[in-house]
Write a protein that binds this ligand. Structure first.
Ligand code: UD1
Ligand code: CA
Length: 467
């Protein structure tokens, strides 16, 4: 059945003690609100509307960038969840279908939960769950099996507080009836707010059908009101993500110490040695091995790639059969063609290493191309920055770059050339050429002994003075 969704996200989140609105606090790299909007969309909502209020510009900026088709309505003052829904009345004017209301602070909600609710008959369908620890949630008070009302924690008295069935804050309403019922609620309660759950009584008084649906698993509906709860929710989500990858054929050693964000994709037979952080839109292929203490962000990694321990890889593309690390830093714009290798203490940025090219140790390769099968000697640096501008170094194929070569960019080295160790290359090197750019060595025979003799003399004179 078709439905629209309204997500309440105007609250400040006082209990977060933060300058950032609560719904923008991140769970595994994504704002809580991202998860809720995504669940609503995946459930098939024909329209998603978000109620914004506190620091609305920040929430709207996030929505515009991630979900440009989501509409927002403004709740100027946060007078309660019932009042928040009222703010959407005008936008939804004339909509006669089902309206699913969700809280922006329950990021674990699943599309299936929303779909199930949308398919349940009733003028007000309220999703409830049994919580081991119901503290903080609205309690569902039943009489003879039927729900008679929902009471908030702060208003609950003795017996009510002991009730374990809680309001998840997720409901499906007949939109027309909802906006009508909202006219009749008041704010005579402990918080002086217009509570959305209070419409339940109004629905019942009017003889409209109220249907409770009890969810099987409360963990999908944990509300996040402070950073402790944020961490709990993040843990639950992480466990789910890890399990999904494991069941898809990824081996994760020490899974308690792995951090994988929700959009990460990992191919089968890849092995991960935690602690590891894999973030953003990273995609890792099949048969790879990712070493411990490595962080990978927004990168694309092919098949059979070996990333050793202690690497940092951001915005990079690694083709099949490449290898990296240990202790390598691959920054944005790094592109390793197949069989290329970047080794220990090598930093790359906007560097393309073509097929089979290697930089095994201690190098900085920035704004450069390294041709096929070229070998970069230890200590090589592309001097890409002159204090004002960045310049490129282009190195051809089958080049042997001697250790400790400095390339003063812009500079080009032709195919099959060599640079002598310790060279400072300031001019282009043609093909098949040896470039030597360092002072020639001079050997002074017998000079070693005469220098030592001089030193000895000086030392004796000195010690004579002291005594
Ligand atoms: C709410 C429910 C409670 C339920 C719980 C589930 C009410 C009164 N209580 O409590 O029964 O068990 O969720 O998690 O609804 N918001 C606004 N405008 C406002 C106030 C809140 O947009 O004026 C938004 C908040 O940003 C938040 C959501 O509504 O995303 C829920 O508000 P919150 O204050 O967290 O309600 P709870 O006390 O958790
Ligand atoms: Ca809440």
């Amino acid at each position: 059945m078709s439905f629209k969704t309204l997500i309440l996200a105007a609250g400040k989140g006082t209990r977060f003690k933060s300058d950032l609105p609560k719904v923008l606090h991140r769970v595994l790299g994504k704002p809580m609100l991202w998860y809720v909007v995504k669940a609503a969309k995946e459930a098939g909502a024909e329209e998603v509307v978000v109620v914004v209020g506190h620091k609305r510009e920040l929430v709207e900026e996030f929505l515009n960038s991630e979900f440009p088709d989501v509409k927002t309505v403004y709740q100027k003052e946060q007078l309660g969840t019932g009042h928040a829904v009222m703010c959407a009345k005008e936008l939804l004017d004339g909509y006669r279908g089902k309206l699913i209301v969700l809280n922006g602070d329950t990021p674990l909600v699943q599309p299936e939960d929303i779909r199930k609710l949308s398919e349940t008959e009733g003028d007000m369908v309220v999703l409830t769950a049994k919580a081991d620890n119901p503290t903080g949630y609205g309690r569902v008070v039943r009489e003879g099996g039927e729900v008679s009302y929902i009471v908030e924690e702060k208003d609950a008295k003795g017996e009510e507080k002991k009730i374990k069935e809680v309001n998840t804050g997720i409901y499906a309403f007949d939109a027309t009836k909802l906006f009508e019922a909202l006219e009749s609620i008041d704010n005579n309660n402990a918080q002086g707010e217009y509570y959305l759950p209070d419409v339940l009584k109004v629905f019942k008084e009017r003889g409209w059908k109220v249907v409770p649906v009890v969810a099987e698993d409360f963990s999908n509906f944990v509300g996040v009101n402070n950073r402790h709860e944020l961490a709990k929710v993040e843990k639950i989500l992480l466990e789910r993500i890890v399990k999904r990858h494991q069941l898809n054929g990824v081996t994760i050693h020490n899974p308690e110490a792995v951090y994988i964000e929700p959009e990460v994709k990992i191919g089968r037979d890849t092995e991960i040695f935690a602690p590891v952080l894999i973030k953003g839109r990273t995609k890792i292929g099949e048969g790879c091995s990712i070493g411990a203490f490595t962080e990978i962000r927004d990168s694309r990694i092919g098949n059979n790639v070996k990333v050793e321990t202690h690497c940092w890889i951001e915005g990079a593309i690694l083709e099949d059969n490449t290898s990296v690390g240990p202790f390598a830093k691959l920054r944005t714009g790094t592109y390793l063609e197949s069989k290329a290798r970047v080794g220990t203490f090598v930093e790359t940025k906007k560097a393309r290493l073509k097929r089979g090219a290697k930089a095994n140790h201690l190098s900085y390769l920035g704004d450069c191309t390294v041709g096929e099968n070229t070998n970069i000697g230890a200590g090589t640096i592309t001097c890409n920055y002159d204090g004002f501008n960045k310049w490129r170094t282009e190195i051809g194929k089958n080049v042997f770059v001697g250790s400790n070569t400095l390339f003063i960019a812009p500079v080009k080295v032709g195919d099959n050339s060599l640079t002598a160790a310790g060279s400072v290359i300031t001019h282009d090197v043609p093909e098949n050429t040896l470039a030597v750019a360092r002072a020639r060595q001079v050997n002074y025979k017998g000079k070693a002994e005469s220098i030592r003799e001089k030193a000895r003399r000086r030392k004796n004179e000195h010690s004579g003075k002291d005594s």
